[in-house]
Design a protein around this ligand. Structure first.
Ligand code: HBI
Ligand code: FE
Length: 295
């Protein structure tokens, strides 16, 4: 296992939490052990099997184009050559979660922080914090898509502004990231597909989000999302569905400040709520649409 003194713990009002450094680290590629590469290989094969027909075409195509394979943990330097040629993003190595303002500032400058270490074999099915597999496998391929790449930068710029406005604005904006970049679905010509990295890096949720009758699948609506609470400890109760990546980028064109003011007057919505104004999508998998009767 590649190791470094990466985590310290600190007692806060949220309990005993890990605190990471904000420094940028060079990926210690030569230090990855055979076990690290095996964990990558196992996760990579398992997810690719599940994601054909479930992940959006843009994701699968980009992942292949980047040369990500099960064989070995990718080198950031190699992925960066490809990203530079396409959308101009740069991956930077980090120890783990960054303070929000640091994170937003990187995105606003087209730098995507990637955790350098990979989970242990006993954490294959679940890890509560982002590791290299989540960050690289889940987030990086779509940075090759020009429209999604611009959306990520716009989100970062919006984050820097929200941070200056205060904690309530930040709560609203963070929900947007959660319900799009992490847990978003997209409607493709043949049915609903996944584009959110939190789903793409999870075996259970990749199946649940499309095939379970339990969660809501609701049309993307910016202010609706900004009002909606989310769960970090179970599968999502609601997924929001975009029609295409342009819709996502277009939503970030306006200044969000008036939205935050408007939303401050309204109560937050529970994660599982459905409103009369919601566009509700039927459950769909790679085989196309299912009618109400099939659910
Ligand atoms: N830091 N490295 C890293 N990766 C994230 O996804 C991340 C973060 N810091 C904050 C954060 N995400 C969330 O607060 C998002 O809402 C932006
Ligand atoms: Fe993530």
């Amino acid at each position: 296992m590649a190791v470094a003194a990466r985590v310290e713990h600190q007692m806060t009002d949220k309990g005993y939490v890990p605190v990471y450094t904000t420094r940028i680290v060079e990926q210690p590629w030569d230090d990855y052990s055979a076990t690290d590469h095996e964990v990558w290989a196992q996760l990579f094969r398992r997810q690719r099997d599940i994601l054909v027909g479930r992940a959006c075409d843009e994701f699968l195509t980009a992942q292949d184009a980047m040369g990500m394979t099960a064989e070995r943990i990718p080198r950031f330097t190699e992925l960066n050559e490809m990203l530079q040629r396409t959308t101009g993003w740069t991956l930077i190595g980090v120890e783990g979660l960054l303070p929000e303002l640091d994170f937003f500032d990187h995105l606003a400058n087209r730098r995507f922080p990637v955790t350098w270490w990979i989970r242990r074999p006993d954490q294959i099915d679940y890890i509560s914090e982002p590791d290299l597999f989540h960050d690289l496998f889940g987030h990086v391929p779509l940075l090759m898509n020009p429209v999604f790449a611009d959306y990520m930068q716009a989100y970062g710029a919006g984050g820097v502004k929200a941070h200056a406005l205060g904690p309530d604005a930040l709560v609203n904006l963070t929900r947007l990231y959660w319900y799009t970049v992490e847990f978003g679905l997209i409607r493709q010509h043949d049915g609903l597909r996944i584009f959110g990295a939190g789903i793409l890096s999870s075996k259970g949720e990749s199946i649940h989000c499309l095939e379970s009758a339990a969660p809501n699948r609701i049309g993307f609506d910016l202010k609706r999302i900004m009002r909606t609470r989310y769960r970090i400890d179970t599968f999502q109760k609601t997924y929001f569905v975009i029609e295409n990546f342009e819709q996502l980028f277009d939503a970030t064109r306006p200044d969000f400040a008036p939205y935050y003011t408007e939303l401050a007057e309204q109560p937050a919505l529970p994660a599982s709520s459905v409103l009369d104004s919601d566009k509700v999508y039927q459950r769909g998998n790679g085989e196309g649409w299912l009618s109400d009767g099939d659910v």
